[in-house]
Design a protein around this ligand. Structure first.
Ligand SMILES: C[S@@+](CC[C@H](N)C(=O)[O-])C[C@H]1O[C@@H](n2cnc3c(N)ncnc32)[C@H](O)[C@@H]1O
Length: 377
């Protein structure tokens, strides 16, 4: 655990920090070529930290007003878009200018066009729905000190259970929209994982907590000969649109044993929803369901641990804290839980886009006391 790491000597960092905070040193840096560039970049980075919430709210306005989609049809100017979207022209001008400053739009004279970043934004499956659903987290963070102290009552903790009907009657449109968001984002997560993890030695893979089966569909596309199975809550499994040959098991990993027969079990964006004791019990069930030599594959956004990550240690750590049931763990923390559950050969974390997910594999030891080895390769 990072909290248990030995304390680092504070003197050099304190000395450098005191220098960086000194107005005289800042003025000196601003005059010296080389140092002035660093000082400017550091100043701009500090300003961006401060204004991040304004950027994300203007992004939300662009999404809600569908400005990027309108500009995908061709360039336009503020008065024309203002008339179309029922926004005063001078305020539309400010929004478009902010969109151009964030490089989502390009300004050409008085007209604005979709920039490459804006085109990429609307092309990423699920990204617009993701931005829309952030209104819940944004409201939860309105009093950040109360939030950090655990003195607030975040709505996000009820959001996903509400979407999937755990707290009462579901609104079909809301459920469809956010099920689509999970499935759309899972396509990207699956691509990232499968680009780095090979399943070529596996014969049967069971995806536990696999939702509506997006990960299994991605696996099928890459490994058509691999036998596949889905395990999730009974209501979720019945909604999965999967080829008939993919087995579906409805059950709860909290109360039911996991079915045997798979030599590889995947857990995609499952662990971070749950507390350590639930995760450890789940990993023990996965271990029991696998044959000796079988592999577990864990895919989810992970904390940078000793090297804090700019996205996962801000966005996902805060998101999972608001959800209240789980937390964003570092690869080292996941590895420790895996070892406690009886796994060995824990891999290093794989994947380059940490904001999507990283992957870790581990093995049920091929030779266990009193167990017979099964060849899964
Ligand atoms: C965050 S979603 C991830 C879904 C999918 N793996 C993905 O990445 O899109 C967590 C999944 O775990 C499932 N789940 C939660 N509690 C469960 C339980 N006790 N037993 C089985 N599945 C469960 C949920 O139904 C949901 O499909």
């Amino acid at each position: 655990m990072d909290a248990g790491a030995p304390p680092q000597p504070l003197r050099p960092a304190g000395w450098i920090n005191r220098l960086a905070a000194s107005p005289r040193f800042q003025a000196f840096c601003a005059r010296v070529p080389g140092l002035s560039g660093i000082a400017r970049r550091e100043g701009a980075a500090l300003f961006d930290l401060m204004q991040g919430f304004v950027q994300s709210q203007m992004l939300t306005a662009l999404v809600e007003l569908r400005v990027l989609h309108l500009l995908a049809d061709g360039p336009s100017d503020a008065p024309a878009l203002a008339a179309r979207l029922n926004v005063p022209p001078d305020r539309m001008q400010v929004l478009l200018q902010a969109g151009a400053a964030m490089q989502l739009l390009r300004r050409r004279g008085t007209r604005y066009a979709l920039a490459r970043r804006g085109a990429a934004f609307i092309a990423v499956p699920g990204l617009e729905d993701m931005v829309r659903h952030h209104s819940v987290l944004y409201a939860d963070l309105a009093d950040p000190v109360a939030f950090v102290r655990g003195e607030s009552d975040p709505d996000l903790a009820r959001f996903w259970p509400y979407v999937f009907g755990a707290t009462g009657p579901m609104d079909a449109d809301v459920t469809a929209r956010y099920s689509r968001l999970m499935a759309d984002s899972q396509r990207l997560v699956a691509e990232e994982a499968l680009a780095h993890v090979s399943l070529s030695g596996a014969r049967r893979l069971m995806d536990v907590g696999g939702g509506t089966g997006a990960f299994l569909r991605a696996v099928r596309a890459r490994y058509p000969a691999l036998d596949l199975a889905l395990f999730d809550l009974p209501d979720v499994v019945t909604q999965a649109a999967l080829p008939a040959d993919i087995a579906r098991h409805g059950g709860s990993f909290r109360t039911d044993p996991l079915p045997g027969g798979a030599d590889t079990i995947s857990l995609v964006r499952v662990l971070y929803d749950h507390a350590d004791d639930t995760v450890l019990a789940l990993l023990r069930k996965v271990h029991a369901a696998l044959p000796p030599g079988g592999r577990v594959l864990i895919v989810e956004p992970m904390s940078g641990g000793a090297r804090p990550d700019p996205q996962t240690d801000v966005y996902f750590a805060v998101y999972t804290m608001a959800m209240q049931t789980g937390r964003t763990r570092s690869p080292a923390e996941i590895a420790e839980l895996l070892r406690k559950a009886g796994f060995d050969r824990v891999s290093r974390p794989m994947g380059q886009r940490a904001y999507l997910a990283r992957a870790i594999t581990a093995q049920r030891p091929a030779q266990e006391k009193g167990a017979q080895s099964v060849n899964v390769g």
